[in-house]
Design a protein around this ligand. Structure first.
Ligand code: PGA
Length: 250
């Protein structure tokens, strides 16, 4: 059984006090939730404070990126062990905004995944096609390459820890969600590719959908067999709406 994971990707939003206030509020709203894993990924600056605020609750904290070298002269970068040190258990890797604006490639995604796993973090690896790619009918080709090249060369044990997020670039922050059928089709395809790479581990791999997930579309998405959770931007920024996402089945 795959336990659903609802992850908030806060991107470049919220100061430390704003972040702490929201987790405080969320904590009490979802205190009774046991059947869904809840994760918040704030900006680096808020990680430590949020991890402290979330201690003893059912909220986990993750980073939005890391650098693959363990330490050294890499001004502005953050190593995997610094991310664990700040209290994180997860890290988002290869978000399309990082691919688009910061030159992230499948090769650098792969290095970051390995560094994350070495530090004991669970990577949430993002894949997804652009609108142009979808309209040119190369969605599956693009996704297959991102999965095969980005998540390559892992041990069996490592491959079983990965979370994959399918985030069609055209659906991120646009209000245009993939239909549940469109998403399911790609999720099933990702699971098939991953099983060709790593065998039965793929059955337990959680594949999240991301791209304009909202309280009013989450339940329909979550009904699909291969959709195991959400990676949510906009709708994760307020406790009331994130609570609705976490309680999608109620
Ligand atoms: P969105 O962002 O929910 O605001 O579309 C999702 C994401 O980029 O992870």
């Amino acid at each position: 059984m795959r336990k659903p994971l609802m992850a908030g990707n806060w991107k470049m939003h919220k100061t430390i006090p704003e972040a702490v206030a929201m987790v405080k509020e969320l904590k009490s709203k979802i205190a009774d939730v046991k059947d869904v894993e809840v994760l918040i990924c704030p900006a680096f600056t808020a990680l430590y404070s949020l991890a402290n605020e979330a201690k003893g609750s059912n909220i986990k904290i993750g980073a939005q990126n890391l650098f693959w070298e363990p330490k050294g002269a890499f001004t502005g970068e953050i190593a995997a062990n610094m991310v664990t040190d700040a209290g994180c258990s997860y890290v988002i890797i290869g978000h399309s905004e990082r691919r688009q604006y910061f030159g992230e490639t499948d090769e650098t995604v792969n290095k970051r995944i390995k560094a994350a796993l070495n530090a004991g973090l669970i990577p949430i690896v993002c894949v997804g096609e652009t609108l142009n790619e979808r309209e040119s009918n190369v969605t599956f080709k693009v996704i297959e390459k991102q999965v095969r090249d980005g998540i390559k060369e892992l041990t069996a044990e490592e491959s079983a820890k990965i979370v994959i997020a399918y985030e069609p670039v055209w659906a991120i922050g646009t209000g245009k969600t993939a239909t549940p059928d469109q998403a399911q089709e790609v999720h099933a395809f990702i699971r098939k590719v991953y099983s060709e790479m790593y065998g039965s581990a793929a059955e337990g791999t959680r594949i999240l959908y991301g791209g304009s997930v909202k309280p009013d579309n989450v339940a329909e998405l979550m009904k699909k067999e291969d959709i195991d959770g959400g990676l949510v931007g906009g709708a994760s920024l307020e406790a009331a709406s994130f609570e609705k996402l976490v309680k999608f089945g109620k």
